[in-house]
Design a protein around this ligand. Structure first.
Ligand SMILES: C[S@@+](CC[C@H](N)C(=O)[O-])C[C@H]1O[C@@H](n2cnc3c(N)ncnc32)[C@H](O)[C@@H]1O
Length: 251
């Protein structure tokens, strides 16, 4: 049974409160970096795995994409997407990305923004994504940085007696697998940690060529509004991997 946090009404309310504030880490850190490394979107067939409220699907259409398919497990998220980001050319599908069937050799770009952390069987999902990409198609995804998810119970900074951020502790880094974290307030979520080598080598093994790794920091405009985000320079929250299907994989 897949964890479906976003259909828990309290979790959904708290998450959306932050996500739609315009001040979320998605807006200040993750999305600017992810969007900066995408190929030109004009005319592309795009698949957005874990599309949430459809903000990225709308962005793709605004940039001239031919069509976007958004997939998400959460009915709450899809309801928001249908209400606020329902443009001609966008199709939303309710389902888990582990379970949905995808056409072969079809999408020019597959994006997944902050969803792979919830996926237990990363390897089979990456294989499925690779098969669904057209030749030379791109797979770009963002995730929590592995040094964020490494500890068994993921907690924040170690602080000094005045409450200042002293250092970010790291442990259990090479032990891939299940983790727990307080994602919003006191609500615990399950994540799957994988080291940088697991994350990258799984992509390469599936037949994807690594183009770029981004460990993003806060945008300059974001820093003016949220100066505390300067600590991203000490240790980034996110990791973005840009890959391209370069040859047909053998089974
Ligand atoms: C952190 S949110 C990110 C949403 C969106 N990409 C954005 O940028 O706002 C994670 C999303 O992934 C979805 N999700 C989590 N596990 C999933 C799964 N196994 N299959 C499909 N969607 C999933 C959640 O319902 C949620 O909408």
């Amino acid at each position: 049974m897949k964890q479906n946090l976003f259909d828990n009404p309290d979790f959904f309310r708290d998450f959306q409160h932050n996500r739609l504030s315009g001040e979320s880490e998605n807006d200040l850190i993750e999305q600017p970096a992810l969007r900066s490394c995408l190929p030109p979107l004009k005319g592309l067939k795009v698949l957005d795995l874990g599309c949430g409220g459809g903000q990225f699907a709308r962005y793709c259409m605004d940039q001239g994409a031919l069509a976007v398919t958004g997939v998400d497990l959460s009915k709450n998220m899809l309801e928001y997407a249908h209400t606020h980001n329902d443009l001609a050319g966008i199709t939303y599908i309710h389902g888990a990305l582990e379970d949905i069937e995808l056409p072969t050799n079809y999408y020019d770009l597959i994006v997944s923004s902050l969803v792979m952390d919830y996926v237990r069987d990363y390897e089979s999902v990456v294989k499925k994504i690779t098969q669904a990409l057209s030749d030379r198609g791109y797979f770009v995804y963002s995730t929590l940085h592995p040094h964020i998810t490494a500890r068994k119970l993921v907690e924040g900074w170690v602080r000094d007696e005045k409450g200042n951020k002293h250092y970010w502790p790291l442990d259990n880094y090479l032990e891939d697998g299940r983790r727990e974290m307080y994602l919003v307030k006191d609500q615990k979520a399950t994540f799957y940690h994988r080291s940088m080598s697991t994350a990258v080598n799984t992509l390469i093994k599936a037949g994807l060529m690594l183009h770029e790794i981004i460990e993003p920091t806060c945008t300059p405009e974001g820093l003016l509004r949220q100066p505390h985000q300067i600590s991203e320079i000490r240790r980034p929250t996110f990791l973005i991997l840009k890959t391209q299907k370069v040859y047909l994989t053998k089974e």
